[in-house]
Design a protein around this ligand. Structure first.
Ligand SMILES: [Mn+2]
Length: 360
């Protein structure tokens, strides 16, 4: 297990690399180039500059989140091969710089949906929440809500892309789940040889939330979806980002069984470990709580044990944290609560490992 921490880069993150390096037990940064538009090639010199910056702090740059897949590839547009060529070149560049895992998603239009970005908990902390009754009927209304506060800069919600919302929705009008599945396999089949050559593993992030929102197709929501993709593209370079929170946002997903199964099959390249707290207001309502098991609805000890006992040796990171201790910034991506998450997950891992050693 290699513990990492997501960092958006000097221009886009209030958190410094020095702060990340001071979190005990973090060996690497999950990096990205926020300003390269989806579809364009990530320039080699930019990747190397980021790597040098990260390594100067004693951290590794082996995971990227995300290299976004552009809409032309997702909808299977006539010119998609041109964009796939670009993606392939980005993979080659990243591999040459020592990157091992690329996290991406294949969700149409919205990378994630929440009803609240500033949901207040009784202890005064603030977090993200999803309350179905509060998700507007029209996607535009949700975006307006997000954009009302200009301090929110949300990954996956690039302003230029959002300005084009109507055009985007139109683009997906004839794309049903089957078409989206075919487009995903087409994309992966085309890039797998480059991944194999470059030593880069593609790790798909499950849908967040794991069901259709605004009538758009979703194809990475359940155990069977993950299984389908592993079989459709059997290369070991086609793998999963097991995001515990996203999977558990659908209570009929058996998260622990999914972690056990895909870890033992060697298909989890990257794990996002977090907790959620289900709300009584609706079967799909929840907020993102502290990582600690007793703070929410998930058993983090069971999750970490399922990874550990099934031979998981990939990258792991804490996921969204609350805003605590007066911190402000990118919703879900403050320093303090995620750092607590790192320490907690490392503690669980140490206890589980030493228990096993003591027994053997
Ligand atoms: Mn995640």
């Amino acid at each position: 297990m290699k513990m990492t921490f997501r960092w958006y880069g000097e221009a886009d993150d209030k958190i410094t690399l020095e702060q990340v390096a001071q979190i005990p037990g973090v060996s690497g940064v999950v990096g990205c180039l926020m300003d390269v538009p989806a579809g364009e090639v990530w320039p080699m010199e930019r990747i190397l500059a980021l790597k040098a910056q990260v390594e100067a702090r004693g951290l590794a740059l082996e995971v990227i989140e995300s290299v976004n897949v552009c809409d032309a590839i997702k909808v299977g547009a006539p010119d998609r091969d041109r964009w796939i060529d670009n993606y392939r070149q980005t993979i080659r560049n990243l591999g040459a710089a020592g990157v091992k895992v690329v996290c991406y998603n294949f969700m149409p239009v919205f990378d994630w949906v929440k009803s609240d970005l500033d949901y207040r908990l009784p202890d005064g902390s603030s977090t993200l929440a999803y309350r179905e009754a509060d998700i507007p009927r029209e996607p535009r209304e949700l975006l307006e809500r997000y954009q009302a506060d200009e301090t929110y800069e949300l990954p996956g919600w690039e302003p230029e892309r959002l300005a084009d919302l109507e055009r985007l929705l139109e683009l997906y009008r004839d794309v049903d789940e089957d078409a989206l599945r075919q487009n995903l396999v087409y994309f992966l089949d085309k890039i797998m040889p480059a991944c194999e050559e470059a030593g880069v593993t593609m790790a798909i992030h499950p849908d967040d939330p794991p069901y259709s929102v605004f009538g758009l197709p979703r194809i990475m929501s359940t155990r069977d979806d993950l299984d389908w993709l592993c079989r459709a593209v059997p290369s070991p370079h086609n793998a999963i980002t097991l995001c515990c929170g996203s999977v558990a946002e659908r209570p009929d997903n058996d998260l622990y069984a999914i972690v056990e199964e895909f870890a033992s099959r060697g298909r989890i390249a990257f794990a996002h470990v977090r907790n959620v707290c289900y709300l009584p207001s609706g079967p799909r309502d929840f907020y993102e709580c502290a990582h600690l098991s007793s703070a929410g609805s998930l058993d983090l000890w069971r999750i970490v044990r399922a990874l550990h006992d099934n031979g998981f040796d990939g990258y792991i990171r804490p996921d969204h944290g609350r805003m605590i201790w007066g911190e402000t910034g990118r919703p879900g991506y403050g320093l303090f609560d995620r750092a607590l998450g790192v320490t907690y997950i490392n503690g669980l891992w140490e206890a589980i490992s030493k228990d096993e050693e003591a027994r053997s």
